[in-house]
Ligand binder design. Structure first.
Ligand SMILES: Cc1cc2nc3c(=O)[nH]c(=O)nc-3n(C[C@H](O)[C@H](O)[C@H](O)COP(=O)(O)OP(=O)(O)OC[C@H]3O[C@@H](n4cnc5c(N)ncnc54)[C@H](O)[C@@H]3O)c2cc1C
Length: 396
């Protein structure tokens, strides 16, 4: 007999990871997704050891290996002459140090892998959440077709524009002034970037570009930021203009210019974030992933944090006494808030330092970047074990 019934709004990485972790713990969980079909966007995502160790534990070790790329290093370079600012070793040194790999993957592959862990019939499509109500005995997810789902706990995994978050905070997403063009290029169209598998970043005045291989190396995924005061579109399907992108990167190192020119289509995405909130739950309602702590993607940790949230929340619920769900939610918040708040702040900070105009501040950044090469600086981020945090005292 399941002890608890959980209803989740949103089948993104957070919602699917939670459903997978809860199913593994024997907790009944149904996911309600607004989209009519599950089709993750054509883009890549970097998965650091803090998330891959959790994905391994929930049963995806072999599956991940079948499509992931394990880059050899992250290289940060200057925008114009391509000179090296920093090389962070990944590959074997990273695996040895943190006990788990650093992977770059296609989002659709990760999505399908998570979905494969969820029992059939537990993800409901075309189910848009329009509100949440609760009383002492139950929480209710209201869907746009007028129906209601009743559960012991409602979890908002409904992304940055979360409807469920409205139960916790009245805030709104804030536009960062930056947009990002994303594209996938067949590997053979960028021969200059093949050879060693790398995550490559080029930093320049007001913008930066990142690229890495995905789909077992068959494609190169890239993201290139462009500041824009007037762009508000926030959808993966919003088409970007390849010519505009190429013009924005004119004069950059040929490696970058050739990469963006090799894209046939690109999506354009307005980057938003929100201030941290001081609680993650209210009664029988809680939030995870971007619904809880959206962050600018300048540390490549949003999805990683969503996976950490899912594993911790599932562990707290699995350990809870049947009549003490509120203690489980308090524990989830105590473990997660300090860490996600720190990462949100750091991601916002990177937005400034990545985009410095050439000059004194940029030279100081480059000197300190060169001096901080190596994995030591990543111990707090990659070395963190959210599963362990959930079974011991808690906060990061
Ligand atoms: C350009 C870019 C690059 C990034 N790169 C990385 C990276 O390399 N590594 C990393 O860790 N993170 C990265 N991130 C961040 C990462 O993509 C997000 O943090 C992560 O996808 C959040 O997952 P989520 O499931 O919380 O939210 P989402 O992915 O937004 O999923 C929310 C889901 O809920 C559904 N939904 C929304 N509203 C409702 C509703 N009312 N009812 C029902 N369903 C609803 C949506 O359709 C969607 O399926 C990047 C982000 C961007 C923008």
């Amino acid at each position: 007999m399941p002890r608890m019934k959980v209803a989740v709004a949103g089948a993104g990485i957070a919602g699917l990871a939670l459903a997978a972790a809860l199913s593994r713990a024997g907790i009944d969980c149904h996911v309600y997704e607004q989209a009519e079909r599950l089709a993750e966007v054509g883009a890549g995502v970097q998965l650091a050891p803090n998330a891959t160790r959790l994905l391994h534990r929930i049963g995806l070790r072999a599956r991940l290996r079948s499509f992931a790329v394990a880059p050899w290093a992250i290289e940060m370079r200057r925008w114009d002459d391509g000179s090296l600012l920093q090389r962070t070793p990944l590959g074997a040194p990273c695996r040895r140090r943190f006990g788990a790999p650093y992977y770059t993957v296609h989002r659709a592959d990760l999505h399908s892998a998570l979905l494969s862990l969820i029992p059939a019939g537990q993800v409901h499509l075309g189910a848009r959440c329009v509100g949440v109500t609760q009383d002492g005995d139950a929480a209710r997810l209201r869907l746009s077709d007028g129906s209601t789902v009743t559960a012991d706990l409602v979890v908002g995994a409904d992304g940055i524009h979360s409807v469920v978050r409205e139960q916790l905070a009245p805030d709104q997403p804030r536009y960062s002034g930056q947009t990002i063009y994303r594209g996938l290029v067949p590997a053979e169209r960028v021969p200059h970037l093949l050879g060693a598998s790398l995550v490559r970043l080029w930093l320049g005045p007001g913008r930066h570009c990142v690229c890495y291989p995905v789909s077992s190396g068959r494609q190169m995924s890239f993201g290139a930021t462009v500041a824009a005061s007037d762009w508000r579109e926030e959808s993966w399907s919003a088409r970007g203009d390849v010519a505009e992108l190429a013009a924005a990167y004119a004069g950059w190192h040929p490696d970058v210019a050739q990469l963006v020119e090799a894209a046939e289509t690109v999506s354009r995405w307005a980057l938003h974030d929100r201030e941290s909130i001081d609680r993650l739950s209210s009664g029988r309602v809680t939030v995870i992933g971007d619904a809880a702590h959206p962050m600018l993607p300048f540390q490549a940790q949003g999805a990683n944090q969503a996976i950490e949230d899912a594993v911790v929340l599932a562990a707290c619920l699995a350990d809870a006494e049947p009549d003490d769900q509120s203690a489980a939610l308090r524990r989830y918040e105590e473990i997660r808030l300090p860490r996600t708040t720190r990462i949100q702040r750091q991601s916002r900070e990177n937005a400034k330092t990545f985009h410095l105009a050439d000059g004194d501040a940029q030279r100081r950044r480059d000197t300190s970047t060169r001096n901080s090469s190596g994995l030591d600086a990543h111990d707090w981020l990659f070395g963190y074990d959210a599963g362990q945090a959930a079974t011991t005292s808690g906060s990061s």
